[in-house]
Design a protein around this ligand. Sequence first.
Ligand code: PMT
Length: 398
Amino acid sequence: MLKGKKILLGVTGSIAAYKAALLVRILVKEGAEVKVIMTAAAKDFISPLTLGTLTKNPVITDLFKDDAWANHVMLGRWADLMLIAPLSCNTLARMAAGICDNLLLSVYLSAACPVMVAPAMDEDMWKHPATRRNLRTLATFGHHVVQVGTGELASGLYGEGRMAEPDDILKEIVGHFHQQGSLKGKKAMVTAGPTFEHIDPVRFIGNHSSGKMGVAIARELLNRGAEVTLILGPATGELQLEGLDTIRVQTAREMYDACHRAFGETDITVMAAAVADYTPALVAPEKIKKNEEDWSLTLKKTPDILKSLGQMKKDGQTLVGFALETRNERDNALSKLAQKNADIIVLNSLTDQGAGFGKDTNKITVFDRNGGERRYELKSKTEVAKDIVDYIMEYTHA
Ligand code: PMT
């Protein structure tokens, strides 16, 4: 199942490190080539000799050994997947903070491949707000976190925090590689961010969209092998755009033009941008001076991009819209699905804590033309993006 796959396994200091031997054995048995990096603390729990013998590759533990330098950049490039199992609380915190004080962290920071982690810790540490925050940070980096199990812990207590069993980690790895190529040969277009409608050279009408939701969807489509065009409004925060063919636009009209240029070629289109519904009827060429007590601005409707694409849609093209609502959420989402001739509508409501603009999390309900409806829990936008792409794939194969 993993023939030809190169897996870089990072082992950190945790009692669960003993499971690394079993994990390596099943990865190798499935045809993967495995190289292991251990932290100094990991060596107290399992010997490098054991893992080196099982992988038939020398285990790397130090940046410098016998006057030689371990090339952490090339190790990160060699791998198809970097798996850190077990991931201790300490290494988790260092990854989230970008600290680079051992070989494992140097390789992690320079790894160009997807990263999967299997945490292991005591229940109280697992539930600590700092651990929760660090895991959310890793999710925003696009890393896959393997769920911990419940059972007897190193402390002798019973609870959550056990590292997933090697067989379960194997399933996640196989699933990851299976998904990775699932959209190969497909073209996708995603809109993200706000639009700014100019009033004069210094003022505009805009909204609070950060672009995070749309970029997470674009990244997920890219991870699964699609060729992705991202049409991005004037979002100002830091966004991970590497690998995405990104077209920057400012206004609803520019977004409309960019979408129409790309749409004919696309198999999957996801409209996550918060597009202004109205724009000033006239843009003043000079800064408007403050004179009157009251000032009225005449606005005109912007083109409805999603609706116009819905009218052009051909068989085989999948069109996904969003609905951002504050009341009558379900009814409004369903009427957008019908009116805009979309295949799928993703509803997010500003009344849900942690959902919507700017946040790293979102809470969605998805509706489709065949009457499908699925509600999801509050999750990181990276995980929400996975759910949306999974839904699209299920829908298109339905
Ligand atoms: O960017 P983030 O900070 O991560 O926040 C994400 C988000 C909340 C912006 C996103 O999840 C979201 O809900 N995007 C859609 C926001 C929106 O404009 O909703 P709407 O209900 O007004 O529009 C419905 C659909 O029509 C959307 O797909 C929108 O892109 C599209 N539309 C709207 C107006 C217009 N003129 N043309 C359009 O294509």
